[in-house]
Design a protein around this ligand. Sequence first.
Ligand code: C5P
Length: 223
Amino acid sequence: MVALDGPSGTGKTTVARKLAAKLGAGYLDTGAMYRLVTLAVLRAGVDPEDAAAVAALARELEVSVGTDPARPRARLAGEDVGDEIRTARVDAAVSAVSAVPAVREVLVAGQRRIIEHVLDTAGGIVVDGRDIGTVVVPDAPLKVFLTASAAVRAARRSAQDTAAGRSADPATVLASVERRDQLDSTRATSPLRPADDAVVFDTSELSVEQVLVALSELASQRG
Ligand code: C5P
């Protein structure tokens, strides 16, 4: 079990999926779960800042994410939503939605159930998020926290968006990344921060392959 936390644009998701495939383990993208709730909030016309309405909606939702690192599908009430959870609209609202304690309560309980099930069946799992080492699985044998400068993270997000056919003005992406980090690391419930016993890796100057080699080594020692 590897807990992989950090802000966006650190290469976390790419590394987590590749690491899971390499280890023959499952993969859980907890960010996709917060994005699914956010998409449902937007589709329902609920104000993402209206915590009571967001909480009520989250309690009724059927959110599901696959754990195959090659194809982690995200579903809302059975519908495969594809890349609709990765739009700028969802990016702009997801931090407000994920700061609502009831949303975190519902999703963390679901995450723990998925992790337990995958550990029982596949034997291992790489979990990608913001609070995995601090809250979801505080006794994970290996906790990694990836960081990178805001400029590098924005450049990576822009490249990802361009590759996926989404608009990606670098200045807008940088502003969105910085805003999301600020909101995620200052919220009252489960703020983004490294666990005291996490290995912190700055990936600004490293390629995905270099990070993968380092993490595979750590995982083979204590994953
Ligand atoms: O990882 P990703 O960028 O897809 O996450 C989207 C958002 O979901 C984050 O900016 C954060 O607000 C929220 N999130 C969270 N806790 C997690 C994973 C994601 O609050 N474990």
